[in-house]
Design a protein around this ligand. Structure first.
Ligand SMILES: Nc1nc2c(ncn2[C@@H]2O[C@H](COP(=O)(O)OP(=O)(O)O)[C@@H](O)[C@H]2O)c(=O)[nH]1
Ligand SMILES: [Mg+2]
Length: 370
């Protein structure tokens, strides 16, 4: 009898201590056999997932160790339950070593693609001699990554081509990861499904101000494009996030694109493609050093409604030198980051929360159909 009581007490104690609150949004709470209302067997490696999505990784062979480190965290914190596939892209063929060692990090499907040459080279209209002079000039001014040509190809690829790679043809949402990033919190729900159900097109963790020396003529070029394509701006309120003077100058606010979870349909839309094409012809990817982050963010701010862009405050994330760390007491039970060090406390990352201050543009409707 006493032993029965003891067992009962022990059971109760265990139930109290073992129960950990999850960070799943309240309306997605489900019994254990399902995640987000989806039978867990849908997340087995070979199953058809509720959302056609993948991790998309542009990476060099030389970054194998940092890639494994990032994958270990993605797997432990999230993907061992969800098994979303990985698509690795490279401007060179991946080595057998890279393929074998990354594949060994996950049960999920992994594919490896080489980027078509026309997506990673100088377009015919670029004056390469002048581009070289511009790099030297930026170097003299002390601009970060001033001299590197590959960095510029990388930014142009991420701005206008990654979503056209044939390995992504059957994919609707992507989650960008880079080598050496860190994921510091358990993610107990499916962010792809979360976005899909709510009609969210773009998700970020950190938003910063860009270095103005890398984009001297970007904003002027965007304004020219908008003058001849006014239908591009579906969200005029976005200007107040991008500019402090009514659109005259760009304040540099951008979503830090080394983390992105996004809808590929957004980038594949005729509006985005026309925008990218206009920027590309202006030459700033090579004559300056336009980053894919401001290019994506300007489009997201002006093309998407406030509600179509989501701050994943609950995802603990680190890319040197910034971190996003959730602030709630609940998150301390599932994270190993320091909330006091989160970028949101820093003036340089004030763009992160500023997005939330924009006026709502549509009634709240969390029950949007899938
Ligand atoms: N395959 C390939 N990947 C690259 C190249 N340059 C950068 N990357 C990848 O592009 C992403 C951004 O580059 P990174 O060096 O991290 O730039 P930063 O985050 O702006 O400092 C990372 O995932 C890199 O692995 C390149 O020349 N070839
Ligand atoms: Mg990086």
């Amino acid at each position: 009898m006493y032993t029965d009581l003891l067992h009962l007490l022990l059971g109760l104690l265990l139930a109290v201590f073992v129960h950990r609150p999850s960070n799943r949004p309240a309306d997605l709470e489900q019994p254990a056999a399902t995640i987000d209302g989806i039978d867990v067997s849908s997340y087995l490696p070979e199953a058809h997932r509720p959302v056609r999505a993948a991790f998309v990784v542009l990476v060099r062979n030389s970054e194998l160790v940092g890639m494994k480190r990032a994958m270990r965290q993605i797997e432990d914190r999230f993907n061992h339950k969800f098994n979303y596939p990985y698509v690795f892209l490279n401007d060179m063929p991946f080595t057998e070593e890279f393929k074998t060692e990354t594949a060994a990090m996950t049960r999920a499907n992994v594919t490896f693609g080489v980027i078509p040459q026309e997506h990673w080279s100088y377009p015919a209209w670029i004056n390469q001699t002048y581009a070289g002079e511009c790099r030297q000039e930026m170097h003299k001014q002390g601009v970060f990554y001033a001299l590197t040509e590959s960095y510029r190809h990388m930014c142009r690829f991420n701005s206008g081509f990654f979503f056209r790679h044939p390995l992504l043809d059957e994919i609707d949402y992507y989650w960008r990861i880079e080598p050496d990033v860190e994921y510091s919190c358990d993610i107990d729900y499916d962010p792809f499904l979360f976005m899909h159900r709510r009609g969210i097109k773009y998700g970020y963790t950190i938003a910063l101000h860009e270095y103005p020396e890398t984009i001297p003529t970007l904003w002027k070029t965007v304004k020219e494009f908008v003058t001849s394509n006014p239908e591009f701006v579906r969200h005029p309120a976005g200007y107040s996030w991008l500019s402090q003077d009514g659109g005259e100058t760009y304040n540099g606010c951008h979503f830090w694109s080394n983390f992105e979870i996004g809808s590929l349909a957004f980038f594949r839309s005729p509006e985005y493609l026309a925008y990218f094409d206009y920027l590309d012809r202006a030459g700033g990817f090579f004559y300056e050093r336009w980053g894919d982050a401001p290019v994506h963010a300007i489009a997201a701010a002006l093309m998407l409604r406030k509600e179509e862009v989501h701050w994943f405050e609950d995802i603990g994330y680190y890319h040197n030198p910034w971190t996003n760390c959730p602030q709630s007491a609940e998150s301390r039970l599932r994270c190993h980051c320091d909330p006091a060090k989160s970028a949101v406390h820093h003036y340089w990352a004030s763009c992160t929360k500023d997005w939330l201050l924009l006026p709502d543009t549509a009634p709240k409707d969390d029950t949007a159909a899938e």
